[in-house]
Design a protein around this ligand. Sequence first.
Ligand SMILES: [Zn+2]
Length: 143
Amino acid sequence: MSDHESVRHLLALSAAGLLDAAEERLVREHARQCARCAAKLDDYATLSAGLSALPCPLLLPDLLRRTNSVVAAELDRRQGAALAGGAAVFALAFVLVIGLTLRIVGGDTAALWWLVWVAVSSVFGAASALALASRRRLERNML
Ligand SMILES: [Zn+2]
């Protein structure tokens, strides 16, 4: 990468005062020798000064609290989804192992009753989990 190319992407950061001393020195030395970069640096400096002169908008009083709440809710949702996925895989393996064991020990009827019992209890368990998740969502939205 040429000196011009490597400095060109640093010009805006230089105008905003965001470079460390070594990068700033590199930009300044190059700008003294390169008219295009010097002009671009002046443009960015003018733009940066104009942006700095603009009034800063007032933050809503509870913006930070609401943002933290949304971020925490999303993190909670992702952790809950991962936990639910892991629990479902474990439950499926457990049901299959017990079903196969019952089929070997007690025959097809015992395995069938096991599967019926598992299906009914799974439906009630899933309904309970959905109701709890819905309630938590409602509580979170009221905050
Ligand atoms: Zn240049």
